[in-house]
Write a protein that binds this ligand. Structure first.
Ligand code: NG1
Ligand code: ZN
Length: 558
């Protein structure tokens, strides 16, 4: 049969639910899993087009992250491990909403509009989280890939950042931009070896409890820890082979206790645990038995988000969220760069959103003396802004983020380390070693809970800090985030900073009047990009004022 006939026949096996409108948003398509069959099928078609267009491998991830177990979702990963380019989000939306009999027509329209190469063959790689709906959705994806004749690889269970890693590796293997081995094992080894080098003999202060949200992060973290056991030998052998003065690295003795690792009982995924629970409820998962001052962290359901926390005997629960990780990383990398001999020519910056705590922004600008850029919500915006720096640290307050290094910065670090003449002191060499180790620990493609966790562990170990010292670097302004259900969130139009409403004007005027009554008050309302609601954020100098301000602004938009 012709390709068109094959697509049509396959599309009919994955009928679109009538009366449904789908939209490719900041997190791809995400909803109740039983509505997604046709959507995933059509994402498969689009992945094939995108792969032929870019003459590179495209990734597809099936996950609904921190959402409840009955949900699922699908998103596309571009060749270097970035999120799908925005212009193609519209194509995804159009294809997902086409009537079954129009799928071929829309597919051909996109192909023509984008001048997709006819002579290239597509290649798509894919993975999924632990949701029970995953395998059936994968089958829909495979039907699409087979109908259009794309080659593909099924990586089965993966964290979202692993799929991003594998996509980048596939497209760079054997080139000067090579990113790592194209395998899960390669991912663990790369992280483990870099972690050992960056730790450089330092030991963490005490153990770490990791809450894996009963998601895919649990088995993957366990696999990583197993690889770590043998990685010290690997690193030391490589040193012996490559260097005339080989260094002997010690085991970093990372003591991890994994909790919430049940991936068999689907009902418990993200339930009363995980990064989203901890961040929104501002408390530890009830299942945690960690003691006072014990270092804890939580991943989300697909392990691309992480928050830290501990219980302070005097103050109670203390959250160390994405803002904290960003400030910790920026401060440490800034110090290392100075010790390594780099001056102002190395541009280090921090990227945040309107949801970042005002105290963290002030700390970065005033105490660390680094620039802060504020973008719209959604990691693709932050990531993009971060690439404008040599070292761009970006995090959303909810714990999604990473650090990106420019190719030039990477080359400069490596060259400096290799150039023995210019190394003035052992301290400079040690700073450079740690810096290079960090660039390899940090996932350059997307926020990654496992990699971010290692980054934090390296920094705390170097500083010999417990979470208490980390918490003391600055004091968060008390804040409150509320979700307001409104009749039509479409009427709320924010400006580019998302800190103010352009429409309705009247609402913004009222918000301004309210904010002016609070000391250190800041508040804004914006329509969520992922849920049918308006989010209201408020901060002020005391807990009760922040709560009060949030409630009053919520009443304005209600
Ligand atoms: P929306 O629903 O647009 O606020 C939420 C998060 C984002 C981001 C996306 C994607 C907040 C306030 N918003 O966006 O940070 O993570 O989901 O998952 O946390
Ligand atoms: Zn996630």
């Amino acid at each position: 049969a012709s390709k068109d006939a094959q697509i049509l026949a396959a599309a009919k096996k994955h009928p679109k639910p009538v009366d449904r409108v789908f939209q490719y948003g900041t997190a791809g398509f995400r909803m109740k899993a039983d509505l997604l069959d046709s959507v995933v099928f059509r994402v498969g078609l689009l992945a094939e087009l995108r792969s032929r267009k870019l003459k590179n491998t495209i990734g597809v991830m099936i996950t609904a992250s921190h959402n409840p177990p009955a949900d699922n979702g699908v998103k596309l990963v571009d060749p270097m491990g970035e999120m799908l380019e925005e212009a193609w989000e519209a194509h995804a939306t159009k294809l997902a909403n086409a009537r079954d009999e129009d799928v071929v027509k829309v597919y051909r329209e996109i192909e023509a509009k984008e001048n997709v190469s006819q002579s290239t063959k597509a290649n798509v790689i894919y993975g999924r989280d632990t949701r029970p709906s995953g395998p059936k959705l994968v089958a829909a994806l495979v039907d699409a890939l087979e109908a259009v004749g794309s080659t593909s690889t099924d990586y089965k269970l993966l964290t979202t950042p692993q799929l991003h890693y594998l996509t980048r590796c596939t497209n760079t293997i054997g080139t000067p931009l090579e990113y790592g081995d194209v395998s899960e094992r390669g991912y663990y080894e790369k992280l483990a070896k870099a972690f050992i080098k960056a730790m450089d003999g330092k030991k963490p202060v005490g153990g770490l409890t990791v809450d894996c949200a009963n998601g895919v992060g649990a088995p993957k973290l366990a696999e990583f820890l197993a690889v770590m056991q043998s990685a010290v030998t690997l690193v030391n052998e490589e040193e012996k082979q490559a260097k005339d003065e080989p260094k002997t690295y010690a085991s970093p003795e990372l003591q991890v206790k994994i909790i919430n690792d049940d991936i068999i009982n689907a009902a418990v995924l993200n339930h009363d645990c995980g990064a989203d629970f901890v961040k929104t409820k501002q408390r530890a998962p009830p299942s945690s038995t960690a003691g006072n001052n014990d270092r804890c962290c939580s991943y989300d359901g697909d392990a691309d988000r992480i928050v830290y926390y501990f219980n302070d005997p005097e103050q109670g629960f203390r959250l160390l969220d994405g803002d904290r990780i960003a400030t910790l990383a920026a401060s440490f990398i800034g110090d290392l760069a100075r010790e390594a001999g780099f001056g102002k020519e190395l541009k280090i910056g921090v990227v945040q959103t309107a949801y970042a705590n005002g105290a963290s922004t002030k700390y970065v600008e005033k105490t660390l003396g680094l620039p802060v850029v504020c973008t719209k919500t959604g990691v693709k915006h932050l990531h993009h802004a971060a690439t404008k720096f040599d070292v761009g640290v970006y995090f959303e307050a909810n714990g999604h983020g990473t650090v990106v290094f420019s190719q030039q910065a990477l080359d400069t670090f490596k060259k400096a380390l290799a150039d023995k003449e210019s190394l003035k002191s052992p301290a400079q060499k040690s700073a450079l070693t740690t810096l290079v180790g960090l660039t390899e620990v940090i996932n350059q493609t997307v926020g990654d809970a496992l990699s971010d966790m290692l980054l934090v562990e390296i920094i705390l170990a170097h500083k010999r800090w417990t979470p208490k010292e980390w918490d003391l670097t600055y004091t968060d302004l008390p804040n409150r985030l509320v979700r307001v259900e409104v009749a039509n969130r479409g009427i709320f139009v924010a400006d580019a900073t998302e800190r103010r409403l352009i429409e309705p004007q009247e609402a913004q005027t009222q918000i301004d009047a309210l904010v002016s009554k609070y000391s250190e008050g800041r508040s804004f309302a914006r329509a969520s990009g992922t849920e049918d609601a308006v989010r209201v954020y408020a901060e002020a100098s005391t807990r009760s004022e922040a709560d009060d301000l949030a409630a009053k602004v919520a009443a304005v938009v209600k």
